[in-house]
Ligand binder design. Structure first.
Ligand code: ADP
Length: 295
């Protein structure tokens, strides 16, 4: 089983030909509301792929909160650890222009109130084999969850996004760091992903750097680094590719599959997700991922 402690956001997406500048008003073409948030995305990715998943976090006492919770439930995620708190749900206000460029405002809302573990959370973490973390809820909660996982011998996988300086004690509870190449560069000041991965081993025992269409890179203390390629596909929307990869990696590792195979399976799942529009909607189910992996 997998526990995800993290964010749930409603993505509010406006499609415009050209984004407005400060003080300007433009008429958009279309508007969509789509459940997202890195925590929820990783939870849905893992559940679709067949894992038993529990989500810990918070939604607001508003209409978005109801929809965010039901999107998770529909994907088979246990939401007993997802609190409904006063105020607004997390939202991401996204403008997409005709060139596909975007600008995004994230308002944490309820996610900002996830500051630590609540009653039942430690038991949830203890009952799982893997804890998935990201950085869209306060670091105090991320650190508390990692400590609980360490105390109970639960593997912890951290996606360091949105990237920010990590408190010195956080790495203590993290077994595997999964940054993309930009996050790896921001955390180390090194733009070469191989060098960045090697530098991250000072703080983390094992690192997988995702490289978009180029696949992913593995580094661990005392081991030769290796790369796993991504399947060559026509990408139409890479939103949540990283979340699909992280969710899938956790599922495969939880099943006891060796790291290299787990990475290749995660790459197959993520490649399926980029061929379809959307975030959670684009994520593959178990049969699709297995078929793409063995193809
Ligand atoms: P993020 O979504 O966090 O920016 P990446 O862009 O590195 O992360 O993508 C995560 C993973 O998704 C990659 O390691 C790869 O397996 C897969 N992926 C992303 N883009 C593509 C693509 N264009 N073709 C195939 N696989 C992709």
């Amino acid at each position: 089983a997998i526990t995800v402690l993290g964010s749930t956001n409603m993505d509010l997406v406006a499609y415009v030909s050209k984004a407005p500048r400060l003080g300007e008003t433009v008429t958009g073409r279309e508007f969509r509301t789509v459940p997202g948030g890195k925590g929820a995305n990783q939870a849905v990715a893992a559940a679709r792929l067949g894992a038993s998943v529990a989500m810990v976090g918070a939604v607001g006492a508003d209409a978005f909160g109801v929809r965010l919770r039901s999107a998770l439930t529909a994907a088979g995620v246990d939401t007993c650890g997802l609190r409904t708190v006063e105020g607004a749900s997390g939202t991401a206000h996204i403008t997409v222009d005709d060139e596909g460029g975007n600008s995004i405002i994230v308002v944490p809302g309820a996610n900002g109130l996830v500051t630590g573990l609540e009653s039942g959370d430690e038991e949830r973490i203890a009952a799982s084999g893997t804890l998935l973390l990201q950085l869209e809820v306060p670091l105090s909660a991320v650190a508390a969850a990692a400590r609980a996982a360490r105390a109970h011998g639960v593997r912890t996988v951290l996606t360091p996004a949105p990237v920010q300086p990590l408190p010195p004690d956080l790495p203590d509870g993290v077994d595997l760091l999964v940054p993309n190449e930009h996050e790896a560069a921001a955390l180390t000041g090194l733009t070469d992903p191989r060098q960045a991965a090697a530098a991250l081993l000072d703080r983390f025992p094992e690192v997988v750097v995702t490289l978009g269409a180029a696949g992913a890179l593995h580094a661990a203390r005392g081991q030769e680094p290796y790369a796993v390629p991504a399947p060559r596909v026509r990408a139409v929307d890479t939103t949540a590719a990283g979340d699909t990869f992280a969710g899938a990696l956790a599922v495969a590792l939880g099943e006891g599959r060796p790291m290299r195979e787990a990475m290749a399976w995660a790459a197959a799942a993520a490649a399926l997700s980029v061929q379809r529009p959307g975030a959670q909607d684009a994520m593959p189910d178990r049969a699709e991922a297995d078929a793409a992996f063995s193809a």
